[in-house]
Design a protein around this ligand. Structure first.
Ligand code: ADP
Ligand code: MG
Length: 372
């Protein structure tokens, strides 16, 4: 506004409505009000009859923050188009008003007028493009981060999963070898087949669970806490077995629901449980407890591991902080982020040599009536 395109002694043209427009659509009323409280007094100080036009156009433009809801539903391309058309209408309206109010000859207005419209529209277009691009990369970075952690979890768990699948195969192989013998009585034969089948079902279930870890549905729904945690203990079970850790669960509250994305919720608790197991070098226990009241659910994961110093606890959640040779330091930051995104909180108690307790608190689902 300090360096405008002057039309006459009374009227000036500048790009003041671009920040107004962007703020009103991306942020809403607070931004629109602040922009107007800057634009109007400043236009008054500059002087000239243009202040009346500014007042009229500003009042008209206060309709824009109402369109925020609609704007947010548009994709990036349509957002750019939407902002450009408002910028076009606004600059055209200003131009026509100046033509009516001032006695500048039309021929003197055509070139600067066209330049004004073009610069306003291009400016609005460019800034929106940059904002959208920034949002896009932010979302992409977040996704890469989640996927990286998931891939590292999968590769670390896969050794124990294959090991766990080999057991049912070995057992089945043994039964098949026994069945090869013609002298096996009929009832024994049946029970061998039953046993072999149940082992195969178990192997199949392990693989199914493991594979569903790679699927990512990103819909927020009410999640059955106990069911999801059962999934987590199933996934983590082979890994615990390999590390001589006994996983104990104690469910004090059933049929309790929290709002979240299933795959994130699972990934969060797989990470907590996996860290617990990894903290136990020579065998021990990992206890998982679910408690709750009418408003909140508490999930407590306690390990009998090496524990952490207060300094280490403080560093939890910092990206790339790890004390393990093959660690990534991506697990706990993810835990914190997922819990935060679900409006939950984490409380960590740890003593070196005395194990660690993660207590995660979530508000119960607002959609699911059974949780009330
Ligand atoms: P990573 O497991 O790859 O090292 P995390 O972000 O999951 O990365 O964990 C970061 C660090 O926090 C671990 O290296 C470990 O030192 C510490 N930590 C996390 N959970 C526990 C736990 N239950 N017991 C002891 N130390 C833990
Ligand atoms: Mg970890």
């Amino acid at each position: 506004m300090s360096f405008p395109l002057p039309f006459s002694s009374e009227f000036i043209m500048d790009l003041r409505y671009i920040p107004f427009l962007l703020g009103a659509l991306y942020i809403g009323f607070p931004s629109a009000i602040v922009a107007m409280l800057t634009i109007i007094p400043y236009r008054y100080i500059i002087g000239g009859d243009g202040i009346y036009l500014t007042l009229v156009i500003s009042t008209l433009l206060f309709i824009i923050p109402f369109l925020k809801g609609y704007f947010f539903k548009l994709n990036s391309r349509k957002k750019i188009l939407f902002i450009s058309s408002i910028a076009f209408s606004e600059s055209l309206l200003t131009l026509i008003s100046i033509r009516i109010l001032d006695d500048v000859p039309t021929s003197h207005m055509i070139l600067p007028g066209a330049a004004y419209i073009l610069i306003t529209v291009l400016g609005a277009c460019l800034v929106t493009f940059l904002i959208e691009d920034m949002f896009h990369y932010k979302a992409l970075r977040e996704k890469i981060y989640l996927e990286t952690d998931k891939l590292s979890t999968i590769s670390q768990l896969s050794a124990s999963v294959s090991h766990e699948v080999r057991n049912p195969l070995t057992v089945t192989k043994g039964f098949l070898q026994l069945l090869y013998n013609d002298n096996v009585p009929e009832e024994k034969r049946k029970s061998y087949i039953d046993l072999a089948l149940s082992e195969l079902y178990r192997g199949e279930a392990i693989i199914t669970d493991f594979l569903s870890l790679t699927k990512s549905n990103q819909e927020t729904v009410p999640l059955d806490v106990v069911k999801e945690l059962n999934y987590v203990t199933n996934i983590i079970y082979p890994y615990a077995l390999m590390n001589k850790v006994d996983v104990q669960t104690s469910i004090e509250k059933e049929h309790v629901f929290v709002d979240g994305v299933a795959s994130y919720f699972r990934q969060c608790f797989i990470n907590i449980a996996k860290n617990g197991i990894e903290a136990i070098p020579n065998g021990g226990a990992l206890q998982l407890t679910v408690k709750g009241n009418n408003t909140h659910v508490f999930i407590i994961i306690k390990d009998s591991g090496i524990g952490m110093t207060p300094k280490e606890v403080e560093k939890l959640g910092t990206r790339y902080f790890t004390t393990k040779d093959k660690g990534t330091g991506l697990g706990t930051p993810l835990i914190f982020r997922i819990v935060q995104s679900m409006n939950g909180s984490i409380d960590i108690k740890s003593q070196p040599g005395d194990g660690t307790e993660f207590k995660v608190t979530f508000p119960v689902s607002s959609f699911h009536s059974e949780s009330a």
